[in-house]
Structure formats: C-alpha cells, structure tokens
Design a protein around this ligand. Structure first.
Ligand code: G
Ligand code: G
Ligand code: MN
Ligand code: NA
Length: 250
C-alpha cells in the first residue's frame, strides 16, 4: 500500500493536505450561514486525489483516525476566524464510532475556545448501519454537548426514512442527485417537497446540496428548503477566498 504510506507521510509532514470551505447560503443565496469543510490531497506525483478515493484507503489502514483529527483541528482553526458561521465537518463512520472521537473533538474545541454550537458533524447512514447502539449514544452525547448532527447524502441509502425515526438529527442534507433531478425527472419535485415537509415536521433544518442552476434554486425555495449549497453560489474555497467573500457580504 504505497499510496497509504504516502498519505501517512503527508499527514506526518503536514504537506499536500489542505482543507477547502464551501459556503452554505440562506434561501435567497445572499448570505453565507455555514461552510462545509472539504479535504483535498495534492499528491506529489499523481496530482490531486479525491477524498472519495483516499478516505476509503485511510479507513482500511487505520489512517482515518489521525486524518480525522487533522480535519477537526483545521476546521476548528477556521471556526475561530469566522465566529458567525457554522462549520460542518464530514466524519467517516469509522472515525465517528472510534473510541476517542468524542473526547478528542471536545478537547480540540475547548483548546480553541469554540462554542460547540458552531460545529456540525456530517455523518452518513453508514454510521447507523455499522453499530446502531453506539451511533445513537454518540449522537445523543454530542447533541447534549451542543454540537449539531447532519445526515449527509440523504435519500441515497436504503432506508433513509426509518433512520429519521430512530436517530435524532438537526439537519438533513438532500443529496445532489435529488437536487439535480429537479425539473428533469417527473415526481422529483414532489419527492424533494415531501422530504422538506417531513424534515420540518420533525424540527429538522433541510439543506439542499449540489444546486447548480437558478431553476433548481427557485424550485427549492418554492418547496420551503432552508439552506442551499452548490456551484451556483460558490465552489469550495480556500480560507483566504472565503474571508474575501465574507467581507463582500458585509
Ligand atoms: O469534495 P468532494 O466532492 O471531492 O468530496 C468527495 C467525498 O469526500 C464526499 O463524499 C465528501 O463527503 C468526502 N469528504 C470530503 N472531505 C472529507 C473529510 O474531511 N472527511 C471525510 N471523512 N470525508 C470527506
Ligand atoms: O458527500 P458530500 O455531500 O460531503 O460531498 C460534497 C461534495 O460535493 C464536495 O466535495 C463538493 O465538491 C461537491 N459539490 C458541491 N457542490 C456541488 C455542485 O453544485 N455540483 C456538483 N456536481 N458537486 C458539488
Ligand atoms: Mn458532506
Ligand atoms: Na452529501
């Protein structure tokens, strides 16, 4: 596993790994209310490698734990520089269920003097499939401490609805495949509206991901969606570019 070894080195030397921040907007698309932290790895020879490719490798090799710690550390650093924003962190199932995840997270947040209310943890249904009892326990502990929990990629799994009944979450992130089916497939608007209505009836905030066109934005607004994320508004940005954008919005 050469690639895993190189990822280990990148982590040890803190070289080649970066974190970008994709703004999440209010329904008008005018104001940034949150950002999603997104990991990038620029391999010295192979160039950019997607987390979709190297996160599974990190999970297989156990590297996901130090990698996840790095992600949390960077996200907390960002959070201190923009106290008005929620910072959402993707957490892989293995990381979320790991022994020290909660204690490390709490220590890092405290060390930076951040209010846990500023941090949202994006988990996927995989967490709930892996170890239901432990997942529920962790969700409860984190929410009691003030963190919020988002269910990422909502709608792509096998039983999204049953998970909503069993697991208390603060946010649903409608997967981009649904957003992009709006206006393209029959029934897609009805399905998205139903998810939003269901979410609201449970007191859950609904974010749509992958918004690329104004037609999609308009349909999501009509359906009562709360927050919007996608290339229509902004691509993932470096910290500097994010701060420039936030300055413009003042
Ligand atoms: O940003 P991009 O579209 O390339 O992300 C691809 C996948 O990698 C997405 O599923 C995203 O959730 C995941 N991802 C991005 N950043 C992180 C991270 O910091 N940790 C984990 N576990 N997954 C991430
Ligand atoms: O699985 P997750 O939802 O965490 O994946 C987030 C990924 O989706 C990010 O890596 C980001 O690059 C990508 N993304 C964000 N907005 C858009 C968009 O409008 N269109 C497409 N195709 N991808 C997007
Ligand atoms: Mn995500
Ligand atoms: Na998603």
């Amino acid at each position: 596993q050469r690639l895993a070894q190189q990822l280990r080195l990148a982590l040890e030397n803190d070289s080649g790994l970066t974190q970008l921040y994709q703004p999440i907007f209010d329904i008008n698309g005018k104001k940034t209310v949150a950002v999603e932290a997104l990991l990038r790895w620029h391999h010295p020879k192979l160039g950019p490698i997607s987390p979709a490719d190297f996160v599974p490798l990190a999970e297989e090799t156990g590297l996901i734990i130090p990698l996840g710690d790095w992600v949390v550390e960077k996200a907390c650093q960002m959070a201190t520089t923009c106290p008005q924003l929620i910072v959402a962190i993707n957490v892989s199932p293995l990381q979320f269920l790991a022994e020290n995840f909660i204690s490390t997270l709490m220590t890092t947040v405290a060390r930076h003097g951040i209010n846990p209310r500023q941090i949202e943890l994006e988990i996927t249904e995989g967490v709930l499939l892996e170890d239901k009892e432990r997942a529920l326990q962790n969700i409860n502990t984190l929410r009691e401490a003030g963190f919020s929990i988002a269910l990422d990629d909502f709608g792509t799994g096998y039983s999204s609805l049953s998970y909503l009944i069993q697991f208390p979450v603060d946010t649903i992130k409608i997967d981009q495949t649904f957003t992009q089916s709006l206006g393209v497939r029959d029934n897609s608007a009805t399905i998205v509206e139903s998810v939003i209505t269901l979410g609201h009836s449970l007191g859950i905030t609904v974010t749509a991901e992958g918004v690329e066109t104004d037609a999609q934005r308009a349909m999501l607004e009509a359906a009562g969606c709360d927050l919007l994320q996608g290339f229509l508004f902004s691509r993932p940005l470096t910290a500097d570019n994010l701060h420039a954008l936030l300055d413009q919005q003042h």
